[in-house]
Unconditional design. Structure first.
Length: 259
Protein backbone atom coordinates (compact mmCIF):
# COMPACT_ATOMS: atom_id res chain seq x y z
CA UNK A 1 0.00 0.00 0.00
CA UNK A 2 1.15 3.50 -0.77
CA UNK A 3 0.83 6.66 1.28
CA UNK A 4 -2.13 7.93 -0.74
CA UNK A 5 -5.41 8.55 1.06
CA UNK A 6 -7.87 5.68 1.19
CA UNK A 7 -10.33 5.68 -1.73
CA UNK A 8 -13.68 7.36 -1.19
CA UNK A 9 -15.16 5.17 -3.93
CA UNK A 10 -14.13 2.76 -6.66
CA UNK A 11 -14.77 2.99 -10.37
CA UNK A 12 -14.67 -0.54 -11.84
CA UNK A 13 -14.45 -0.36 -15.63
CA UNK A 14 -14.10 -2.71 -18.54
CA UNK A 15 -11.71 -1.49 -21.24
CA UNK A 16 -12.65 -2.51 -24.79
CA UNK A 17 -16.03 -1.14 -25.80
CA UNK A 18 -16.25 0.84 -22.57
CA UNK A 19 -13.27 3.10 -21.84
CA UNK A 20 -11.61 2.22 -25.15
CA UNK A 21 -13.26 2.65 -28.57
CA UNK A 22 -13.11 0.21 -31.46
CA UNK A 23 -10.13 2.05 -32.97
CA UNK A 24 -8.15 1.79 -29.73
CA UNK A 25 -8.51 5.41 -28.62
CA UNK A 26 -10.03 6.62 -25.32
CA UNK A 27 -13.78 7.19 -25.30
CA UNK A 28 -14.74 10.87 -25.70
CA UNK A 29 -13.90 12.88 -22.59
CA UNK A 30 -12.88 9.81 -20.60
CA UNK A 31 -9.26 10.88 -19.98
CA UNK A 32 -10.39 14.12 -18.35
CA UNK A 33 -13.17 12.39 -16.41
CA UNK A 34 -10.82 9.76 -14.95
CA UNK A 35 -8.34 12.45 -13.89
CA UNK A 36 -11.08 14.48 -12.19
CA UNK A 37 -12.53 11.46 -10.41
CA UNK A 38 -9.11 10.32 -9.24
CA UNK A 39 -8.45 13.77 -7.76
CA UNK A 40 -11.76 13.51 -5.91
CA UNK A 41 -10.91 10.11 -4.40
CA UNK A 42 -12.65 7.73 -6.82
CA UNK A 43 -9.96 5.22 -7.75
CA UNK A 44 -10.02 3.20 -10.96
CA UNK A 45 -10.13 -0.60 -11.00
CA UNK A 46 -9.53 -1.92 -14.51
CA UNK A 47 -11.63 -5.05 -15.11
CA UNK A 48 -10.84 -6.65 -18.45
CA UNK A 49 -10.35 -9.82 -20.42
CA UNK A 50 -6.94 -8.53 -21.50
CA UNK A 51 -3.68 -9.83 -20.06
CA UNK A 52 -2.05 -7.66 -17.41
CA UNK A 53 0.57 -6.29 -19.82
CA UNK A 54 -2.18 -5.37 -22.29
CA UNK A 55 -4.20 -3.62 -19.59
CA UNK A 56 -1.14 -1.69 -18.43
CA UNK A 57 -0.53 -0.53 -22.00
CA UNK A 58 -4.14 0.64 -22.31
CA UNK A 59 -4.07 2.77 -19.18
CA UNK A 60 -1.06 4.65 -20.52
CA UNK A 61 -3.29 5.86 -23.36
CA UNK A 62 -5.97 6.71 -20.79
CA UNK A 63 -3.36 8.60 -18.70
CA UNK A 64 -4.83 6.83 -15.69
CA UNK A 65 -3.31 5.39 -12.52
CA UNK A 66 -5.50 2.44 -11.49
CA UNK A 67 -5.52 1.19 -7.94
CA UNK A 68 -5.90 -2.40 -9.19
CA UNK A 69 -6.25 -4.65 -12.22
CA UNK A 70 -8.72 -7.50 -12.64
CA UNK A 71 -7.42 -9.24 -15.78
CA UNK A 72 -8.24 -12.35 -17.80
CA UNK A 73 -11.89 -11.86 -16.78
CA UNK A 74 -10.91 -12.22 -13.14
CA UNK A 75 -8.30 -14.99 -13.30
CA UNK A 76 -5.57 -12.53 -12.29
CA UNK A 77 -6.12 -9.79 -9.69
CA UNK A 78 -3.27 -7.36 -9.01
CA UNK A 79 -2.80 -4.53 -6.51
CA UNK A 80 -1.35 -1.85 -8.78
CA UNK A 81 0.00 0.14 -5.84
CA UNK A 82 2.34 -2.69 -4.82
CA UNK A 83 2.44 -4.97 -7.86
CA UNK A 84 1.29 -7.88 -5.68
CA UNK A 85 -0.70 -10.65 -7.36
CA UNK A 86 -3.66 -11.12 -5.03
CA UNK A 87 -5.25 -13.97 -6.94
CA UNK A 88 -4.07 -16.09 -9.82
CA UNK A 89 -6.27 -18.89 -11.13
CA UNK A 90 -4.71 -21.43 -13.50
CA UNK A 91 -5.81 -24.22 -15.83
CA UNK A 92 -4.64 -27.72 -14.80
CA UNK A 93 -1.64 -28.94 -16.75
CA UNK A 94 -3.33 -32.14 -17.96
CA UNK A 95 -6.25 -30.11 -19.27
CA UNK A 96 -3.91 -27.78 -21.14
CA UNK A 97 -2.07 -30.71 -22.67
CA UNK A 98 -5.33 -32.24 -23.88
CA UNK A 99 -6.56 -28.94 -25.32
CA UNK A 100 -3.30 -28.43 -27.20
CA UNK A 101 -3.53 -31.85 -28.79
CA UNK A 102 -7.18 -31.38 -29.71
CA UNK A 103 -6.39 -27.97 -31.22
CA UNK A 104 -3.70 -29.55 -33.40
CA UNK A 105 -6.13 -32.16 -34.69
CA UNK A 106 -8.63 -29.39 -35.48
CA UNK A 107 -6.01 -27.36 -37.33
CA UNK A 108 -5.94 -24.47 -34.87
CA UNK A 109 -3.04 -22.31 -33.71
CA UNK A 110 -2.30 -22.24 -29.97
CA UNK A 111 -1.10 -19.44 -27.73
CA UNK A 112 -0.41 -20.05 -24.05
CA UNK A 113 -0.23 -17.45 -21.30
CA UNK A 114 2.15 -18.68 -18.61
CA UNK A 115 1.37 -16.31 -15.80
CA UNK A 116 1.28 -13.14 -17.90
CA UNK A 117 3.89 -14.26 -20.45
CA UNK A 118 2.71 -15.15 -23.95
CA UNK A 119 4.04 -18.23 -25.73
CA UNK A 120 3.14 -19.27 -29.28
CA UNK A 121 3.26 -23.02 -29.84
CA UNK A 122 4.70 -24.38 -33.06
CA UNK A 123 2.90 -27.43 -34.53
CA UNK A 124 5.83 -29.68 -33.57
CA UNK A 125 5.38 -28.69 -29.92
CA UNK A 126 2.33 -30.94 -29.78
CA UNK A 127 4.48 -34.03 -30.12
CA UNK A 128 7.08 -33.24 -27.50
CA UNK A 129 6.90 -33.15 -23.74
CA UNK A 130 5.63 -29.62 -23.27
CA UNK A 131 6.80 -27.83 -20.18
CA UNK A 132 3.58 -26.67 -18.56
CA UNK A 133 5.14 -26.75 -15.12
CA UNK A 134 6.34 -23.15 -15.06
CA UNK A 135 5.92 -21.71 -11.56
CA UNK A 136 3.42 -19.14 -12.83
CA UNK A 137 1.02 -21.76 -14.23
CA UNK A 138 -1.21 -21.45 -17.32
CA UNK A 139 -3.64 -18.56 -17.06
CA UNK A 140 -5.19 -18.70 -20.53
CA UNK A 141 -5.11 -20.70 -23.76
CA UNK A 142 -6.09 -19.00 -27.03
CA UNK A 143 -6.97 -21.05 -30.11
CA UNK A 144 -7.00 -19.34 -33.51
CA UNK A 145 -7.98 -20.22 -37.04
CA UNK A 146 -10.27 -17.57 -38.45
CA UNK A 147 -13.85 -16.62 -37.60
CA UNK A 148 -15.57 -19.45 -39.47
CA UNK A 149 -13.17 -22.02 -38.05
CA UNK A 150 -13.56 -20.68 -34.51
CA UNK A 151 -17.35 -20.84 -34.81
CA UNK A 152 -17.26 -24.41 -36.03
CA UNK A 153 -14.85 -25.77 -33.42
CA UNK A 154 -16.14 -23.95 -30.33
CA UNK A 155 -18.87 -26.54 -29.64
CA UNK A 156 -16.34 -29.38 -29.87
CA UNK A 157 -13.90 -27.69 -27.52
CA UNK A 158 -16.65 -26.75 -25.09
CA UNK A 159 -18.01 -30.30 -25.12
CA UNK A 160 -14.58 -31.76 -24.40
CA UNK A 161 -13.41 -29.35 -21.71
CA UNK A 162 -16.26 -26.97 -20.82
CA UNK A 163 -16.99 -28.72 -17.52
CA UNK A 164 -13.57 -27.80 -16.19
CA UNK A 165 -12.73 -24.56 -17.98
CA UNK A 166 -14.44 -21.45 -19.35
CA UNK A 167 -14.61 -21.51 -23.16
CA UNK A 168 -15.67 -18.42 -25.12
CA UNK A 169 -15.25 -16.46 -28.32
CA UNK A 170 -12.51 -13.85 -27.96
CA UNK A 171 -12.95 -11.99 -31.26
CA UNK A 172 -10.78 -11.99 -34.35
CA UNK A 173 -11.44 -15.65 -35.07
CA UNK A 174 -10.10 -16.88 -31.73
CA UNK A 175 -11.39 -18.98 -28.85
CA UNK A 176 -10.22 -18.23 -25.30
CA UNK A 177 -10.03 -20.87 -22.59
CA UNK A 178 -9.79 -19.70 -18.98
CA UNK A 179 -10.03 -21.20 -15.50
CA UNK A 180 -13.63 -22.08 -14.81
CA UNK A 181 -13.76 -19.80 -11.73
CA UNK A 182 -12.54 -16.68 -13.54
CA UNK A 183 -15.07 -13.95 -12.72
CA UNK A 184 -14.78 -10.16 -12.80
CA UNK A 185 -17.24 -9.73 -9.94
CA UNK A 186 -15.20 -11.96 -7.64
CA UNK A 187 -12.08 -9.99 -8.51
CA UNK A 188 -13.80 -6.72 -7.69
CA UNK A 189 -14.98 -8.08 -4.33
CA UNK A 190 -11.38 -8.89 -3.45
CA UNK A 191 -10.20 -5.39 -4.34
CA UNK A 192 -13.05 -3.63 -2.53
CA UNK A 193 -12.31 -5.60 0.63
CA UNK A 194 -8.57 -4.94 0.38
CA UNK A 195 -9.06 -1.18 0.20
CA UNK A 196 -11.96 -1.03 2.64
CA UNK A 197 -14.53 0.29 0.17
CA UNK A 198 -18.12 -0.99 0.57
CA UNK A 199 -19.59 -2.34 -2.64
CA UNK A 200 -22.33 0.28 -2.28
CA UNK A 201 -19.64 2.86 -3.08
CA UNK A 202 -18.58 1.16 -6.30
CA UNK A 203 -19.68 2.36 -9.73
CA UNK A 204 -19.13 -0.25 -12.44
CA UNK A 205 -19.46 -0.06 -16.22
CA UNK A 206 -19.21 -2.60 -19.02
CA UNK A 207 -20.57 -3.55 -22.41
CA UNK A 208 -20.84 -7.34 -22.61
CA UNK A 209 -21.99 -10.49 -20.85
CA UNK A 210 -18.50 -10.89 -19.33
CA UNK A 211 -19.26 -7.76 -17.27
CA UNK A 212 -22.55 -9.04 -15.84
CA UNK A 213 -21.18 -10.13 -12.46
CA UNK A 214 -19.20 -6.89 -12.20
CA UNK A 215 -22.34 -4.82 -12.65
CA UNK A 216 -24.53 -7.04 -10.50
CA UNK A 217 -22.51 -6.61 -7.29
CA UNK A 218 -21.82 -2.87 -7.61
CA UNK A 219 -23.74 -0.07 -5.97
CA UNK A 220 -24.29 1.64 -9.32
CA UNK A 221 -24.15 -0.28 -12.61
CA UNK A 222 -23.80 1.20 -16.09
CA UNK A 223 -24.32 -0.71 -19.34
CA UNK A 224 -22.39 0.95 -22.17
CA UNK A 225 -23.49 1.07 -25.79
CA UNK A 226 -26.30 -1.20 -26.91
CA UNK A 227 -25.38 -4.53 -25.36
CA UNK A 228 -27.46 -7.28 -26.96
CA UNK A 229 -27.09 -9.62 -24.03
CA UNK A 230 -30.02 -9.74 -21.65
CA UNK A 231 -27.58 -10.10 -18.75
CA UNK A 232 -27.03 -6.32 -18.79
CA UNK A 233 -30.70 -5.41 -19.10
CA UNK A 234 -30.95 -4.84 -15.34
CA UNK A 235 -28.21 -2.20 -15.17
CA UNK A 236 -29.11 1.00 -13.33
CA UNK A 237 -28.03 3.16 -16.27
CA UNK A 238 -27.64 2.66 -20.02
CA UNK A 239 -25.49 5.08 -22.00
CA UNK A 240 -23.81 5.42 -25.38
CA UNK A 241 -20.02 5.35 -25.18
CA UNK A 242 -19.98 9.03 -26.14
CA UNK A 243 -21.88 9.94 -22.98
CA UNK A 244 -20.03 7.70 -20.53
CA UNK A 245 -17.60 10.33 -19.22
CA UNK A 246 -20.38 12.70 -18.17
CA UNK A 247 -22.42 9.92 -16.61
CA UNK A 248 -19.47 8.67 -14.52
CA UNK A 249 -19.00 12.15 -13.07
CA UNK A 250 -22.68 12.30 -12.18
CA UNK A 251 -22.90 8.80 -10.69
CA UNK A 252 -19.78 9.23 -8.54
CA UNK A 253 -20.57 12.76 -7.39
CA UNK A 254 -22.47 11.64 -4.24
CA UNK A 255 -19.45 9.59 -3.13
CA UNK A 256 -16.76 12.15 -3.97
CA UNK A 257 -18.38 15.45 -3.10
CA UNK A 258 -15.64 17.66 -1.67
CA UNK A 259 -16.41 19.05 1.78
Amino acid sequence: MTGRAAPRALLACDLDGTLITDDGSPAPGIVEALAELDARGARLVVCTGRPLHGAEKAVVALRAAPIAFVCYHGALVVDASTGEWLRHLTIPELTVSGIVRQAHLLGLSVTLYLGDDRRELAPTDVFVALDFTAPAGITRVVLGGGEARANSVLPAVAASWGHGVRVEHAGGGTVAILPVSADKGDGLRLIAARFGVPLERVVACGDSAADESLLRISGVSIAVGDPPDAALAGADEHVAQEGLARLLIRCLEPFTRLR
